[in-house]
Design a protein around this ligand. Sequence first.
Ligand code: ATP
Length: 261
Amino acid sequence: MKRIVAVGSGKGGVGKSTVSVNLAVALAGLGWRVGLLDADIYGPSLPTLLDAVDYKPAAGEGLVPLEAYGIKAMSIGFLVDPAKAVVWRGPMVTGALNQLLRDTRWGELDCLIIDMPPGTGDIQLSLAQQTPLTGAVVVTTPQKLALVDVRKAVAMFRTVNVPLLGLVENMSAFICPHCGEATAVFGTGGGAREAEAEGMELLGEVPLTLAIRESSDAGRPVAVDPTTAEGAAYATIAANLAAVLEARQEKPFPAIVFEEA
Ligand SMILES: Nc1ncnc2c1ncn2[C@@H]1O[C@H](COP(=O)(O)OP(=O)(O)OP(=O)(O)O)[C@@H](O)[C@H]1O
């Protein structure tokens, strides 16, 4: 794996899983070999988001990931009935996540995206600490309540020295499917202000649309079609993240410049 990127949020329900899946698909659209690990043990949504609720990974020498929409994906939901709440204590969850991360036959990847569980508790901290993360992307809505919580996620990643690669503002404005008018349900500019305040890049904004909700429920990520407005939003985020990652990669190896004699 060349890079491992965690996607986190301080608050649940801000669209972190939807962003993770579409970001992974959009990165694959750039020609990257991408893996996606659903680390939300208590509420795995990947099987639904990829229309793969019946997928059972073949085991043998490691677990075979699902291949869909140009990405490889693994979720605890493929192994445990997602309808049954997993009643596990923190250390068991951490153990299971480590196993999913290490036992899956990912093959060669340019980037593994980890869809983190929401919040900033023990499990998230252990995951951020024990995984060799290249960096983290945080997802928020522009709403004050979500912004307060995303600061906690930012603080958590900083505490364990995980570089912050950027912020995604989800549900930026509701686009009416009838008249096309944009309504800022959760306010405007919150993501941009937060990114600036935290010294992070704003990777992009995703509108709140019926198409995203419907395609998510149908298990067909909108990012597969970058010609749509929604697909284009994820393509922009993927391109910006790729640029940030590539710039970081070049940093440890600065060009050698010979001074003129
Ligand atoms: N941009 C969007 N437009 C419309 N609906 C969206 C958008 N983003 C997410 N949703 C919907 O919002 C709900 C929550 O999204 P999602 O499950 O991705 O959030 P989450 O932050 O991962 O939640 P959790 O923390 O519970 O795992 C889902 O029904 C999803 O389809």
